[in-house]
Design a protein. Structure first.
Length: 588
């Protein structure tokens, strides 16, 4: 299906689905929650598959007893450029414990080398030589810098790409990153904390190494790819610990990166040819060991761009075919641009076209993210290996572990099914998740301020405006360890469609796609009216070429504004407060 943007001459392509396959009849007895995400950190390693190769992935049925076993089976491995061009470290995650700072300290060579340097400086017999070496390192005395923020390709769909760009991802050349000299990386990490002095004091240099050890741990924990991977597994942990899985309630894991999701959907206009259709519609209904899905949680974040609207429209057709809604998240930029007058014309047109699709009732987007765990620290979650405070005003919100709030929708749907069953399931009956972490920030005056359990504090007025646009606001209850969904609607601003009963008065969901009837054989000759219509259409096509070119230029300019800043340099002063934290504190 194609729709042309009226103002800009741009064509929106939502794909087509005319498969002969009919989804299996769902039963009222089983709720299967599919969870999609980059569980094995494939995007970090540049791995991408679409079509038949993607369809060959085996889903994993998960419960709480399997949680520590699955990371090892998936061989989760990350290559983290914590020192920019100066160094990369490799992190293996084979259990949930491997995300913890104590395990990272024990398992990563960089920390053993930093600990060795600290020991040499602490030892009076080796101090003089070690101090002379450290003082001579390049970069001594330069202020510490923090990395520019960027998105993880495994969890955030690139916002500066067209459909054609996504389709070409499979052709991208990937250069394997190899570990650089640990000695060089140690120098790079320690030097900024060393103050030049003709007669350096032992305790001063030891403190410099201690500061470097803490900073190195933050660089690992807060690397976008590490954060995305930890957040994904912590979210999965939340699901398996709070849902009573068994024969009637199942959590099914699909290891699919955001890049693979987008590349597969954009690789063809016939959506039944995609790997996602085969994985989520055909295989569950044909394989007796699986069974049809009830809901699909995508650990992916979208932005309000025309290509993202096109991708969501395509997946909405697949969700409708599976009769299982797709729930993901949208970036917080939508909170500042609630009204159409704040949005680019192409965004307004493309998202309006998306919301008008019958399948839009099977799509839901939440905002903002929620806090998954407390920051590590003496008063919050202490570690054993060294004194460590994960939270700093400089890292701010980017240094906290946020989860995709689509997971909360999946959790609430599963809990509601457990309590009510499918036939009587009222998806609006339970919208609150309790026992959530929230952090107390100590300000410059020494006062403690309770930060919300969400990365943005949404007031009632903003929540209402966001809900009207078709997004699901996630509200933090101030001073209480809970968050609440402000409804559970689709992007079409109607109740979310699924295998459960629709609320009274709701528009019925569209039926699953069926085989298109063969077109009747057309006459060989056109009537005079048809000839005139064809001639008029061709004239319009000729006159619209210039408009289409202008539309492409407008699209390029729009998408360029979403491009991530170059992450190759470290240009943020270590003294500056995170602007997002400052804005949040101002709202409080």
């Amino acid at each position: 299906m194609q729709r042309r943007g009226l103002a800009m001459g741009f064509e929106f392509r939502f794909g087509s689905l005319g498969s002969a396959h009919s989804p299996a009849v769902k039963t009222d007895e089983v709720f299967r929650l599919a969870v999609l995400g980059d569980f094995s950190a494939r995007a970090n390693r540049g791995e991408i598959e679409v079509g038949a190769a993607l369809a060959a992935r085996k889903p994993l049925c998960l419960d709480v007893d399997d949680l520590d076993e699955v990371p090892r089976r998936l061989n989760v491995q990350l290559q983290l450029d914590i020192g920019g061009e100066e160094g990369m470290v490799e992190v293996d995650i084979h259990s949930m414990d491997h995300f913890h700072p104590d395990e990272l300290y024990d398992n990563l060579e960089i920390f053993s080398d930093l600990a060795g340097l600290r020991q040499r400086l602490k030892n009076s017999s080796t101090f003089a030589k070690a101090a002379k070496e450290v003082q001579a390192w390049p970069g001594v005395g330069a202020p510490p810098k923090r990395r520019r923020k960027r998105r993880s390709r495994g969890s955030a769909v690139a916002a500066d790409c067209k459909l054609s760009d996504f389709a070409q991802l499979v052709e991208r050349d990937y250069v394997d990153r190899t570990e650089t000299s640990i000695d060089r990386l140690v120098k790079h990490l320690v030097a900024p904390y060393v103050v030049p002095a003709p007669d350096p004091r032992q305790e001063t240099l030891v403190a410099a190494v201690d500061a470097a050890i803490s900073d190195t741990m933050r660089r690992v924990l807060h690397h976008p790819d590490f954060q995305a991977t930890e957040a994904l597994w912590r979210s999965l942990e939340l699901l398996v610990r709070r849902l009573e899985t068994g024969r009637n309630l199942q959590i099914v894991l699909y290891d699919i990166t955001a890049e693979e999701w987008a590349a597969d959907l954009s690789s063809t206009e016939s959506l039944e040819e995609t790997g996602l259709y085969q994985l989520l519609v055909e295989q569950p209904s044909l394989d007796a060991s699986q069974g049809p899905l009830s809901a699909i949680v995508g650990n992916y974040q979208f932005e309000q761009t025309p290509p993202h609207a096109e991708l969501l429209g395509r997946f909405g057709k697949i969700s409708a075919a599976a009769q299982a809604p797709f729930i993901a998240s949208v970036g917080t930029a939508c909170l500042e641009k609630q009204r159409n007058r704040d949005l680019h014309a192409l965004v307004v047109e493309s998202w309006s076209a998306l919301k008008q699709l019958p399948e839009a009732q099977y799509l839901a987007l939440t905002v903002p993210r929620f806090l998954l765990r407390m920051p590590y620290g003496k008063k919050t979650s202490p570690i054993d290996r060294f004194e460590f405070e994960e939270f700093t005003p400089q890292y701010g919100l980017s240094g906290m572990l946020w989860g995709n709030s689509a997971v909360l929708v999946g959790l609430l749907l599963g809990q509601t099914f457990s309590h009510q069953g499918m036939k009587k399931m009222n998806i609006l009956s339970s919208l609150t998740v309790d026992d959530m972490p929230f952090y107390f920030y100590t300000d410059a005056d020494g006062d403690q301020v309770a930060l919300p359990s969400t990365e943005r504090l949404i007031d009632v007025r903003t929540a209402n405006e966001i809900a009207v646009t078709g997004f699901i606001p996630v509200l933090s209850i101030r001073g209480r360890p809970e968050v609440r969904l402000a409804g559970l609607g689709s992007i079409a601003a109607v109740p979310l469609a699924g295998p459960w009963p629709q609320p009274e008065g709701a528009k019925p969901p569209p039926p699953a796609p069926q085989v298109a009837e063969p077109a009747e054989e057309e006459a060989d000759e056109m009537s005079s009216e048809e000839e005139e219509d064809l001639s008029s259409m061709l004239d319009e096509m000729d006159s619209s070429e210039e408009s289409a070119e202008e539309g492409d230029d407008d699209m390029d300019a729009l998408l360029a504004s979403f491009s991530d800043a170059d992450d190759s340099s470290e240009d943020s002063s270590d003294d500056e407060m995170d602007p997002e934290l400052a804005a949040l504190l101002a709202d409080l």
